[in-house]
Ligand binder design. Structure first.
Ligand code: F6R
Ligand code: MG
Ligand code: MG
Length: 371
């Protein structure tokens, strides 16, 4: 069988109400269009999902990553869903569609994209992670822990097929540059970069050469689009997604999910301008209500069978994550009590809403020099 491509493409094309959830009518619009594409043979399979106000299109096909037809299809679906959102007067209809016309690839046009192309193994487990009210750098900590941290991933120590480690592709999203780094050899340097998560983000992870898996096929991919950089001004949060393959020479499913038990602090939340804990939750609980949050992550688990999606399994719908959720609620409360103070509020340069220039302008010459 030829290689299969999994494309996860998402956009916020209207919230219900405010920025809380996706209206079922938008999901139906996407479902019916994708069903036709499956019948016509353009797609092998698809699933439509949602987290917070983001509509998620998961597609499998044999056309490779960055394919014009597939990206064009996603764009058309988002445009049709926007029309529906306008009819229902949903909030921020079309907010993530930054251009009027599609030009070959959705990258830089607003939607977020994670894609993996690979030779399907005898059994191919895959997790699609989808986050709302946060930024691509929110994936740095969990992806690092999955593929680089032996305190998280036992396989790095005790499984000979995982023991050699992985290669991280890290992007500087301000300078639009990338670097490939070996882990564990360059672990400290990797962490020096990706700890600065608003600038350096993990884009892909690759197996090491001479291992069990082909070295040119990424085993994880993260969307790294930055909406406000794309648009030149703030138009909405670039809520990220990721695809992660598991097992047999890769971290096990449980090692892939384990980092999310922390409820780590991420940037985003209310007005894209606050730090808060990331809550792993069930699909049905992925509604951002408390202070427009707290930021959420859902995990959809699949076996891939000749390109079809066997699933999803709602992986965080599990009492084993209840304690995390309780802790996240306590941290939410604690952070909220800081009101407009950092580090709950983001540093000035990272805020997506600010009155500061106006405040300074109004104060004008009232600022006096001091010795
Ligand atoms: C954050 C987010 C929301 C909005 C907030 C204000 O990513 O989407 O927190 O920023 O609800 O929204 P507007 O400016 O549309 O009233
Ligand atoms: Mg929105
Ligand atoms: Mg969103």
């Amino acid at each position: 069988m030829s290689k299969i491509t999994i494309s996860l493409i998402k956009a916020d094309v209207g919230g219900w109400p405010g920025h809380a959830t996706v209206h079922p009518a938008l999901i139906e619009t996407a479902e019916s269009m994708l069903a036709q594409e499956k019948t016509s043979g353009r797609l092998v399979d698809y699933r439509v999902m949602a987290v917070g106000d983001d509509l998620q299109l998961l597609m499998s096909h044999t056309k490779g990553a960055d394919n014009t037809e597939i990206h064009g299809l996603a764009w058309e679906i988002f445009c049709n869903a926007t029309e529906k959102a306008k009819e229902l007067k949903l909030y921020g209809a079309g907010q993530d569609l930054l251009c009027d016309a599609f030009s070959g690839n959705v990258k830089g046009m607003g939607p977020g994209v994670a894609e993996l192309e690979f030779e399907e193994r005898t059994a191919e487990p895959l997790v699609a992670f989808m986050m709302d009210k946060t930024e691509p750098g929110a994936f740095n900590l969990p992806i690092y822990k999955i593929f680089g941290d032996p305190f998280n991933t036992a396989g790095l120590i005790i499984d000979p097929s995982v023991h050699m480690g992985f290669i991280f592709e890290v992007w500087d999203i301000q300078e639009h540059k990338r670097v490939f780094m070996n882990c564990p050899e360059e672990m400290y340097d990797i962490l020096a970069l990706i700890g600065a998560k608003s600038r350096y983000v993990i884009k892909r992870v690759y197996p090491k050469p001479d291992g069990k898996l082909p070295e040119d096929e990424a085993v994880a991919a993260i969307s790294t689009e930055k909406l406000y950089q794309t648009a030149g001004k703030y138009v909405g949060k670039d809520d990220p997604v990721a695809l992660v393959r598991c097992q047999s020479g890769l971290p096990a499913l449980g090692e892939v999910l384990e980092p999310f038990a922390l409820g780590h602090l991420v940037s985003g939340w209310m007005r894209g301008s606050h730090n808060g804990p990331l809550m792993p939750c069930a699909f049905e609980d992925a509604h951002c209500t408390r202070f427009d949050g707290p930021p959420r992550v859902i995990a959809a688990g699949f076996q891939i069978a000749n390109g079809t999606f066997v699933g999803p399994v709602d992986l965080f719908k599990d009492p084993a994550f209840d304690l995390t959720r309780r802790r996240v609620q306590e941290i939410t409360d604690y952070m909220r009590r800081h009101g407009p103070f950092e580090p709950h509020r983001l540093p000035m340069e990272d805020m997506e809403y600010t009155t500061l220039p106006d405040v300074l302008k109004n104060l004008g010459t009232r600022f006096e020099n001091v010795e």
